[in-house]
Design a protein around this ligand. Structure first.
Ligand SMILES: *Cc1c(COP(=O)(O)O)cnc(C)c1O
Length: 248
């Protein structure tokens, strides 16, 4: 991303604000319909979209933005306001934990921690900075598909305990799943979302912690909220379709 102009055009700003406001309204309606006391959080997924798009929403009060690529996130964080709450939601390699921890002061959350090794690295690299703690979502492979990232549900308790007891620079905030398309389109409840809810319940029993649930994207965020999501990650419904991610 070489572009450093963060000023959106008037037309684009208007379009983005309309789209994001419509999503917010749908989140509120859905949450009211099931008498949820707290409205789920909207994380605007801005990957592969210009910094000016983010600026347009920032000016209307949106603060939580999700990014998938470490280098792109670093570039954007350098030029955009420091009170943005960045969520890293992309596939994470252990050797990228250092850059995330050290180069992004206002990194609010990493939602794709799926191993003790990555938690260890991120914690270790964040210490020695005077940056705030990083909130962690354990990514769970709820569909059991081999090509999907995320830890196995059976590994989740040990990883949660490790973060809680060994990682003073990290705060365990929740669980995250991407979910499979098949589960989203099948009739009835989404099995991936159900599995994440079950895991939350069992971790509450085991560890006495109340975890947030990050689940639901453009195609299924309302369904996810109905099943218990407290944080939805919405990209294309707000920003439009994305360019192909060549170069990543
Ligand atoms: C891209 C992405 C999203 C947003 O997807 P949309 O379908 O565009 O809303 C959400 N979560 C993750 C992990 C993603 O990679």
């Amino acid at each position: 991303m070489s572009e450093t102009n963060i000023e959106p055009s008037v037309e684009r700003a208007q379009e983005l604000v309309e789209n994001a406001s419509a999503v917010l309204l749908r989140i509120e309606k859905c949450s009211t319909a099931i008498s949820r006391e707290k409205t789920p959080r909207l994380v605007c997924v801005s990957k592969l979209k210009p910094a000016s798009d983010i600026m347009a929403l920032y000016r209307k009060g949106f603060r939580h933005f999700g990014e998938n690529y470490v280098q792109e996130l670093i570039e954007k964080s350098k030029i955009l306001p420091k009170d943005i709450k960045w969520h890293f939601i992309g596939g994470l390699q252990t050797n990228k934990c250092k850059d995330l921890a050290k180069k992004i002061e206002n990194l609010y959350a990493v939602e794709t921690i799926d191993s003790i090794k990555k938690a260890h690295k991120l914690n270790e690299q964040r210490s020695g900075t005077d940056y705030p703690i990083i909130n962690i979502y354990i990514q769970v492979n709820t569909s059991g598909e081999e090509q999907k990232s995320g830890c196995n549900p059976s590994e989740c308790l040990e990883l949660a305990q490790y973060i809680l007891t060994q990682c003073p620079n990290l705060k365990l905030e929740g669980l995250m799943t991407i979910g499979s398309i098949a589960a989203s389109t099948s009739s009835g409840k989404n099995q991936d979302f159900e599995k994440l809810v079950q895991l939350k319940t069992s971790l509450k029993q085991e560890l006495n912690i109340d975890l947030e649930l990050s689940m639901g994207m453009s195609a299924d965020f309302e369904e996810a909220i109905k099943e218990g999501s407290t944080s939805v990650r919405v990209g294309s419904t707000i920003f439009g379709s994305r360019p192909p991610n060549n170069g990543h």
